[in-house]
Write a protein that binds this ligand. Structure first.
Ligand SMILES: [Zn+2]
Length: 227
């Protein structure tokens, strides 16, 4: 697992602190969970591609297709799969810049395939709930025809907020992978840990720090451009 750099410890106020909060992992407890569940418990329809009418259309795609010479998902480690999926999530995050949204992207993996890919559209829709994770979960549920996503992994460029962590919980998500820690709002390690609270009716494993530097750079550039 790639672990991001630590927070800068900046003493500046305002935006500087905001940027610093995105700049990597704090000394937060890493959840001692096993690697994501085994695949193959799904009732989905592999290969089915759903067309969306809007300009944010996505297509189901073979994750393994863009990874080196590995011919099959089984030849890829979880680490490889997570990095490929995170690259797709980063691509989504960059798309958010087209409508001046904070660049955060998310994809949902199911049986080695990306079945949903979305980015933050809060500004675009003027919708406070239009975070990348929520939109991706909605698309994944529609794609699979069910709200339980226990055999899916959500891969997101930034640690989920309280709302999105709650959505993951309610989706019974199989596992979560994220890039940069959000020290000011993260709800799966940094401020709260919804993923491992024994009082809740569902817990899920979390892998963090995957391509965290790339995610942090995107966020830093975005906030710097707004100063
Ligand atoms: Zn969120």
């Amino acid at each position: 697992m790639t672990v991001g750099s630590c927070a800068t410890g900046s003493r500046e106020s305002g935006q500087d602190r905001k940027v610093a909060a995105f700049s990597g992992l704090a000394r937060v407890p890493q959840i001692a969970w096993p690697s994501p569940h085994p695949a193959g418990t799904c009732d989905a329809h592999p290969g089915r591609v759903r067309e969306r009418p809007n300009r944010h259309a996505w297509k189901a795609c073979e994750v393994q297709a863009s990874v080196g010479s590995n011919p099959t998902p089984s030849a890829m480690s979880d680490h490889d799969i997570h990095e490929v999926a995170m690259q797709a999530a980063l691509e989504q995050a960059r798309d958010a810049l087209n409508h001046d949204d904070v660049p955060v992207g998310a994809v949902v993996l199911h049986e080695g395939k990306i079945i949903a890919a979305r980015h933050n559209e809060r500004e675009n829709y003027q919708d406070p709930t239009a975070h990348a994770e929520v939109l991706a979960l909605q698309d994944a549920a529609k794609h699979l025809g069910r709200w339980r996503l226990q055999d899916c992994t959500l891969v997101v460029t930034l640690e989920p907020c309280v709302m999105c962590a709650g959505a993951l919980l309610n989706a019974r998500i199989g596992s979560l992978v994220y890039g940069a820690a959000d020290l000011k709002g993260g709800a799966t390690a940094s401020l709260y840990n919804v993923s491992a609270d024994p009082r809740l009716n569902h817990n899920f494993p979390v892998t963090h720090g995957v391509l965290a530097a790339e995610s942090t750079t995107l966020l830093e550039q975005f906030f710097a451009s707004r100063r």
